[in-house]
Design a protein around this ligand. Structure first.
Ligand code: ADP
Ligand code: TRP
Length: 331
């Protein structure tokens, strides 16, 4: 990793390769990841073990995993500043997950919202899905991570991670695991989807970062509004404006709000302005992505290098853990 003048903190985050990345992922997580890489020691990984809880097609898992890496690079991840790797390239996380599973009370896992939400949506309730937070805790703790930038929906998982680390430390020694903190930006904590609910792959309301102009347009035209006519004054606190705010300058947002309040400006007009802004925003990243797709060997190299860096850190932490827990023959 290239030396930076100031290394503030060790940062880690993961993203599941469960489908095409959307603007909720971008503003809720990825943008922060990219910003943080300059001044911190950052580890980002593609959570392919986690995605096995929902994706059962090997070809699809492999392809999605690669595409997440491509998209990270296209969106500004710099392999000179930080590490990007596949979760499966550091297999010790599965070992640490086992160790943590011996200290986490069952009741805590039973209270996990995300497990309940996922089975309510029809995902098969496997042991892997139930134990998902334990593997996630291992992902975080194995790199002595200090901060974990995520969206608000991951807050409980971070609390569980801290709990597991504290429990393990209480048993085996205060200094065994570093206690991490979440890093959640309030202003973009929940990005709305086209139906006004939280944007999520499982709600069919996403706007993908990388798709054709036509697809982007048809998604944005689906944004749900009230039925006010062209001439009517409109409430500017609507989904179009909430999304526009993520992309546009504050003065342009204010101008859109005023036009809506004044009347004579339809939701169709606002959607068109949003579309042009979204399209222009990702233009440089789209071009970079096209280049990367033609050069997948480069992406492989980035992942290989990232895995080496991550493994080096993980091995140090695992030696400390094994020793503390009595899993090493010699002390
Ligand atoms: P999805 O809900 O579409 O399956 P993931 O659970 O894979 O998304 O989320 C990946 C990352 O993106 C997480 O850090 C999550 O908190 C963040 N994220 C996902 N959806 C949103 C959203 N609508 N608003 C803000 N952040 C989000
Ligand atoms: N659970 C996260 C999500 O669904 C992905 C993830 C797995 C993760 N392991 C992690 C995020 C470790 C941060 C740190 O979005």
């Amino acid at each position: 990793v290239k030396k930076k003048n100031v290394i503030n903190h060790r940062i880690l985050s993961g993203i599941q390769p469960s489908g095409a990345l959307h603007i909720g992922n971008y503003f809720g997580a990825i943008r922060q990841h990219i910003e943080l890489q300059q001044k911190n020691e950052c580890y980002y990984f593609v959570a392919n073990y986690h995605a096995m809880t929902t994706i059962k097609d090997p070809g699809q898992l492999r392809e999605n995993s690669m595409l997440v890496a491509v998209d990270y690079l296209a969106l500004g991840f710099s392999p000179d500043c930080a590490s990007l790797f596949l979760q499966t390239d550091v297999r010790e996380v599965a070992e640490l997950a086992w160790i943590l599973s011996t200290v986490i009370p069952l009741g805590m896992l039973e209270r996990a919202h995300s497990y309940k939400d996922k089975i309510a949506k029809g995902i098969a309730p496997s042991h892997g899905l139930f134990a998902y937070p334990v593997l996630m805790a291992a992902d975080i703790l194995i790199y002595d991570s200090e901060y974990v930038p995520v969206g608000k929906d991951q807050k409980q998982h971070l609390e569980m991670t801290r709990d597991m680390a504290l429990k393990l430390n209480a048993l085996y020694g205060d200094e065994v695991l570093v206690i991490p903190k979440d890093l959640i930006l309030d202003e973009v904590a929940v990005v709305p989807g086209v139906d006004g609910q939280k944007m999520s792959k499982s709600y069919d309301n996403t706007i993908e970062i990388f798709q054709s102009f036509k697809q982007t347009k048809s998604k944005l035209m689906r944004i749900v509004t009230d039925s006010k006519g062209l001439e009517d004054p409109k409430d500017p606190d609507n989904t179009i404006v909430h999304l526009y705010k993520l992309f546009a300058d504050p003065k342009d947002v204010e101008a859109m709000r005023e036009k809506l309040l004044a009347g004579g400006y339809g939701y169709g007009h606002a959607k068109k302005e949003l579309l042009d802004t979204v399209w222009a925003y990702f233009e440089p990243h789209r071009n970079r992505r096209e280049e990367l797709l033609k050069n997948l060997d480069f992406v492989e190299d980035v992942l290989r290098k990232g895995a080496l860096q991550a493994r080096e850190k993980a091995e140090t932490v695992m030696q400390r853990v094994r020793k503390a827990c009595g899993l090493q023959r010699f002390v």
